[in-house]
Design a protein around this ligand. Structure first.
Ligand code: URA
Length: 234
């Protein structure tokens, strides 16, 4: 027998409507199933039935991929009791289904990727997939002379049993650098500079793999990834 699902469940899965919203919408005659108005939200429907709300067909959205320019003060979480979250900046239906592919600290700015495709985000964050991340960092003190060599060798972080993987450090000015890392340990960049006796004052993510933060995006703005950007994560 075909799998049956309640109308209110089916509609709420693909819209922002709660089940009670769907009940009201059905009562108001706004929902059709295969062209027929259905006023009871407990009606059982089949997966291949054509659902419309206000004459607009409803269907399961495909996977979504978004880049956001994260401002200071936002947490990389979907919910937080204290601070605004990056999800608060997203105005999309069903946004609670999105998750963050590689978090940034509350005081780090720049490129954040959001998606509802778990396999894709795993490739972004897993060190095995070599999806390097590049950051601009402003430091409290001048960078020490042997920092490039030390980062290239890997750094012993406080309380860790393994060196970091080799990291690429590009010195821009005495206390400004661009750093590329292939892992995402907790507060990794800040801890790497702390291990050299320095301190990160500003941190901004510019790149994840072949995906660069779009310069057109103001802080807090976002856009969908292009098909090429999505396919670049492998
Ligand atoms: N490393 C950090 O220390 N913080 C971030 O937000 C990202 C990388």
């Amino acid at each position: 027998m075909a799998n049956l699902i309640r109308l209110d469940k089916a509609v709420s899965q693909v819209t922002d409507l709660s089940r009670s919203d769907v009940k009201r919408a059905a009562w108001a005659g706004r929902i059709t199933v295969n062209g027929e108005v259905v006023t009871s939200s407990s009606t059982k429907i089949q997966a291949n039935d054509v659902l419309c709300l206000d004459d607009e067909p409803l269907h399961e959205p495909g996977p979504r991929y978004i880049m956001l320019n994260k401002p200071l003060g936002y947490v990389s979480a979907t919910k937080d009791g204290e601070h605004p979250t990056v999800l608060d900046l997203i105005d999309e239906p069903n946004k609670s289904k999105l998750h963050i592919a590689g978090r940034l600290d509350i005081d780090t700015t720049g490129l954040v990727l959001l998606t509802d495709d778990g396999q894709w985000s795993h490739k972004v964050t897993s060190p095995n997939h070599h999806c390097d991340k590049t950051y601009y960092a402003l430091l409290a003190d001048r960078i020490v002379e042997d920092a490039v060599a030390k980062f290239a060798k890997g750094i012993w972080l406080n309380n860790e049993k393994k060196r970091t993987k080799p990291a690429k450090l590009e010195v821009l000015f005495a206390n400004e650098v661009r750093i590329t890392i292939g892992e995402g340990r907790y507060h990794q960049v800040k801890r790497m500079f702390a291990a050299l006796g320095n301190q990160v004052l500003e941190l901004h993510r510019e790149r994840i793999g072949d995906i660069f933060l779009d310069e057109e995006l103001q802080e807090g703005e976002y856009r969908p990834l292009t098909p090429e950007e999505i396919a670049s994560v492998q």
